[in-house]
Ligand binder design. Sequence first.
Ligand code: FAD
Length: 429
Amino acid sequence: MSDRTGPLPHLLVIGGGFAGLWATRALAKAPLRITLLDRSNHHLFQPLLYQVATAGLSAPDIAAPLRHILRRQRNVEVRLGEATAIDATRRQATLADGAVLDFDYLLLASGATHAYFGNDHWAAHAPGLKSLDDALDLRRRLLLAFERAEACTDPAERAAWLSFAIVGGGPTGVELAGTLAEIARHTLRDEFRHIDPASARVRLVEAGPRVLASFPEALSEKARRQLERLGVEVSTGVPVTAIDAGGYRLGEDYVAARTVVWAAGVAASPLAHSLGVPLDLAGRVPVEPDLSVARLPHVFVAGDLAAVKRADGSPVPGVAPAAKQMGRHVAAAIRARLRGAVARPFRYRDFGNLATIGRMAAVVDLHGFQLWGLLALWFWLAAHVFFLIGFRNRLVVLLNWAWAYWSYQRAARIILGGAGSGEQRPTRG
Ligand SMILES: Cc1cc2nc3c(=O)[nH]c(=O)nc-3n(C[C@H](O)[C@H](O)[C@H](O)COP(=O)(O)OP(=O)(O)OC[C@H]3O[C@@H](n4cnc5c(N)ncnc54)[C@H](O)[C@@H]3O)c2cc1C
């Protein structure tokens, strides 16, 4: 199937995440035909995924169909499908169903995935959090663990079901651990007859010296203390060296735990390999100042998949604001090309870092201006709700939050798929 036959140049955008969607929207008035290809039918607000995994929000609260978002943008066609290969020279992308899409310009914005640092066999026992499927699978595992413990008569087995470990002390790990501890200590209170959910062991394991390593040290320390107040055991400085169905190994100790969650590493989308250019150690594509690829000027890369350096040589972080800024920059670069002009170099505007710690606290680093505790939580909430796509989502999320805040309850405590076989379901890769 050819897509280069129309009168206007054809831009193929692979990935409807923050980079791809923001680029597409910024090109609404450009003389282009755009195809936005994604293997999911929705745009996902990943920063709130942990809320779906911990039953605070439902899937549609944090995701919206790409077709709906772009319904009024006449120069875009949304296509559901998975790109499996790119031939940048022939200007073609191949899809999993065998279809071939031609393009004049390509924006590759397929993001990142979990990385287990060469231990891919851990994935079955320690699922990561990247998609809505992952979040719903994790929600099921977490809720089922308490059910299994309740039904269990062997004390050791029961303790293993009530032992939870989150590997990785970045924002996602901290957010998951804090929320899980609150669920165990407050949400589930009085609901079980044979176990005390508050006795659950929630452990956050970070191989580096401190949690929230991208924050100033003082805020890391505040986050650690807040986690400990919530009942989270924080282990730093020792890496996990093994994970299996029964638990994990930390240093010399083997810890029995039926639920281990992976929040430690990300690797760039494997699609980058098919560009045929040298990649960095994380598999990301080094780009030129205008975010195009060297010697492939019609190919742009943006978001988590792009290896971009700041003026001081440090890498632009893999965060949503950076992906949006890159997406908008690619749009400007393509518009400049169409006019025969040259785009300005990309410059990342870093507004700071935010992370929540349970229901009552957060840490906010706005470079020189730091907030923590409840005030930081309100700031975090405002920022996240403001950036959600769609009025309905914002309203629902705010109401859910208000309810959770006053009642400790979590609106989406539904176990999908019934009781299952007695084992945790294997996760998707
Ligand atoms: C759990 C979690 C929490 C996070 N929390 C925060 C936070 O609090 N603050 C923050 O700023 N950032 C956060 N991030 C990081 C932020 O979400 C990413 O930096 C951002 O999503 C990157 O945008 P992107 O467009 O590059 O990729 P993504 O948003 O990941 O989008 C990539 C898109 O490409 C599609 N895709 C992938 N491969 C293919 C293929 N082969 N064919 C077709 N489509 C494909 C995917 O379906 C997806 O829609 C978090 C990330 C995660 C996973």
